[in-house]
Each structure stands twice: as C-alpha cells, then as structure tokens.
Design a protein. Structure first.
Length: 95
C-alpha cells in the first residue's frame, strides 16, 4: 500500500474508490491529529469496511510541491490497514 497524500493516490488493486478516499481522509485526519496532540489519529477499525480492517503492512509517502516531505512504513503487518495508515501518516509527517 502506498499513499501519496499530495496527489491523492492509493496504489492497490483491491480497494474501491470509496475505500481509497477513506484511507486518504484517514491520512489527512491523522496529520491534523498530530498537529493538535502530537499523536496519530486513534481509529476504531470496526467503523471501517472489512477490507480496511484486515492486517496489512503499509508505507506512506508525503510530498509537497513534488518534494519528499516524509516517508515511513512497515514490511510486516502488525495492525489493521486503517490503523497502520493512520500511524504511518503521522510518523511520516512528524519524524
């Protein structure tokens, strides 16, 4: 899973457009949470579509004006997809 926040691209073949938009919103909300509290968005995976609740590894890349601003991810699935995206988005923005 690759999220490029500035270009609104979620790279994966198995998610609907609505699920991709949801993940991008989680990225934005998690960065906003980081600005407010220095913590990633606390997501409850049960509130999301089943594919977004599955254990998945993610990698989040943030760019601004075409320049890399942050990039972080995991190779092993350690939490549900939506929670991993929230965690990695905040980490990419603030570390």
């Amino acid at each position: 899973m690759i999220v490029r926040y500035n270009t609104s691209i979620v790279n994966s073949g198995s998610y609907t457009d609505a699920q991709r938009r949801t993940l991008l919103q989680v990225v934005a909300d998690s960065i906003a949470s980081g600005l407010r509290s220095r913590r990633p968005l606390d997501v409850d995976p049960v509130r999301f579509d089943e594919p977004l609740r599955l254990m998945r590894a993610t990698f989040v890349t943030l760019k601004l004006a075409g320049r890399l601003r942050g990039c972080i991810g995991t190779l092993e699935a350690i939490r549900p997809l939506v929670a991993d995206v929230a965690h990695n988005a905040c980490a990419a923005a603030f570390t």
